[in-house]
Design a protein around this ligand. Structure first.
Ligand code: GDP
Ligand code: IMO
Ligand code: MG
Length: 481
């Protein structure tokens, strides 16, 4: 499940709805720049690193492709526990660690960019991925081995002293080191070989949901570079960021807001800087779940969504916030761009072209008459109970984007969701049964290797982190098979 726009499409909310049909929910990229909101019983919870599916009691796996700020993760786990939720979480020992140095570097780099700042979340995401690619990063497994950590942190620290000159402060080495060591101790019980756990689950027929973070247009390759995040956010990244083969992915669901928002800098062809944009921001409460920044608002961009659906292979769509958009009297839908005198339905690859792009709009009436009662009726009688203008709008989106709508969200809470074309009462998001394709490692071999990982954790094999088999928290689906 991936976002098709610039993030904040309502992924957390959709994962929460779909999670009951799965055994585990996996984050595979991004870090604490994500803010995924789930509203249950009027209570709002924002997830940054823990997969949103833990609220439904699913095993939450944080894969190797995620960059983990241990301070944020521990705080999130504490906050869940203090609310009486015992999250079942498993954290990859190969995930890279975001430290205070990375957060400060993010800030320093933004300062250096001046009026060309990217508008990052300043959570240290870019610097952590940069260090990973430069092969100088610190991984979760390193936090569990004091001497290894000291050596790696020493090298990292010496390469970052310039930050102090820009920011005017840098934490002393020893305090950084002891903090990281302490975080490692606190996280130890969650750390394991997530790729083995996941592959074992898949071979025993368990169902796994991958929770994308950010949005496809923020993908470092496919997004509006350089106004992107630093990870690959598209569906293909689920394989790399978790260690399952790409052939194990059987379905890709794209989530999009009924309009478009963007936080931070960068081109946004359908942005509305006038009354409509203002109205969407206030009606939709469009303020960042991570930074609180006001989100830029505009119309649904079907050119961008079509491109995103293509690079993701999204075969179905969930459209959120239809309640918000429908409150406007007139609604616009961008179906093509005019660039330099010609019309195109392709999403340009440069920000220069995108900045020039003039959207070609089609207009629709709003659906202010679609109140709670109408949606309730639609849940019983089907889509035909919805206002004509809304149905026309959705059909046009399907046509231009080239994927069919499977779900409509008309409010933040669990009930405010209409599944399109499915029997009432059937589980949300029933996908195909996932089975491991032939040619993979046999289940026995996987079990043997997982047992070895566990022995490493007990110190029976040198150099290992504690294996997932000892983790009480991950029992349940992960232990099946
Ligand atoms: P994510 O990052 O994709 O998980 O999305 P965010 O949580 O950052 O932002 C989505 C916001 O919209 C959250 O505050 C949700 O509670 C809210 N939301 C999600 N779906 C709907 C919907 O259909 N209608 C309304 N009014 N709010 C929604
Ligand atoms: P979720 O998962 C919206 C944006 C930032 C900035 C750019 C780079 O909640 O949808 P970064 O800190 O990643 O280096 O910032 O990416 N950004 C997001 N925008 N939702 C997010 O996550 C985002 N994560 C990063 O605003 O423009
Ligand atoms: Mg968000």
């Amino acid at each position: 499940m991936v976002g098709l726009q610039w993030g904040d499409e309502g992924k957390g909310r959709v994962v929460d709805l779909m999670a009951p049909g799965f055994d585990a929910v996996v984050r595979f990229q991004g870090g604490s720049n994500a803010g995924h909101t789930v509203v249950v019983g009027g209570q709002k919870r924002v997830f940054h690193l823990v997969p949103s599916g833990v609220l439904q009691g699913r095993l939450g796996i944080i894969g190797n492709g995620v960059v983990v700020d241990p301070e944020v993760l521990l705080e999130e786990l504490r906050s869940l526990e203090s609310a009486g939720i015992e999250p079942k979480v498993l954290l990859s020992d190969k995930a890279h660690v975001t430290t205070e140095l990375h957060r400060l570097q993010d800030e320093a780099e933004e300062m250096r960019r001046g009026n060309r700042a990217l508008g990052t979340t300043r959570r240290g995401i870019g610097p952590t991925y940069a260090d990973k690619a430069a092969r100088v990063g610190i991984r979760v497994g390193d936090l569990l081995r004091g001497e290894v950590l000291r050596g790696k942190l020493r090298d990292l620290y010496s390469s970052k002293e310039w930050i102090g000159h820009i920011i005017g402060r840098l934490p002393p080495f020893e305090s950084l080191y002891s903090d990281l060591l302490r975080y490692g101790e606190e996280l130890r019980r969650y750390v394991g070989r997530t790729e083995y756990v996941l592959n074992r689950m898949l071979s025993s027929g368990s169902r796994v949901l991958f929770e994308g973070a950010q949005g496809s247009l923020l993908d470092v390759d496919h997004g509006t570079y350089p106004y992107t995040t630093s990870s690959n956010t598209v569906a293909a990244a689920a394989a790399i960021g978790s260690g399952v083969p790409p052939t194990a992915i059987t379905e890709v669901v794209g989530v999009a807001k009924a309009y478009t928002t963007r936080v931070g800098g960068g081109p946004f062809p359908t942005e509305d800087r006038g009354e409509a944009g203002e109205a969407l921001r206030s009606l939709g409460n469009e303020y960042g779940a991570t930074t609180g920044r006001p989100r830029r608002c505009g119309w649904f961009d079907a050119v961008a969504a079509r491109y995103s659906a293509m690079v993701n292979g999204a075969s179905s769509l969930v459209i959120t916030k239809l309640d918000v958009l429908g409150q406007l009297n007139r609604v616009k839908l961008g179906v093509a761009y005019r660039i330099d005198g010609s019309t195109t339905d392709e999403f340009p690859s440069t920000v220069e072209e995108l900045e020039e792009a003039e959207p070609v709009y089609e207009e629709f009436d709003g659906w202010r008459d679609a109140g709670a009662e109408v949606w309730r009726r639609a849940r019983v009688e089907g889509e035909s109970a919805l206002p004509r203008s809304l149905r026309d709008y959705l059909r046009r989106i399907e046509e231009v984007v080239g994927a069919s709508v499977r779900g409509l969200s008309y409010g933040p809470s669990r009930e405010e969701y209409l599944e399109v074309g499915r029997r009432a009462g059937a589980p949300v998001a029933a996908g195909r049964q996932v089975s491991r394709p032939g040619g993979g490692l046999s289940e026995r071999l996987l079990r043997g290797q997982a047992a070895r990982a566990a022995r490493q954790g007990r110190g029976e094999v040198p150099g290992g982190a504690r294996g997932e088999a000892r983790r009480g928290g991950a029992r349940g689906p992960a232990d099946r098979g």
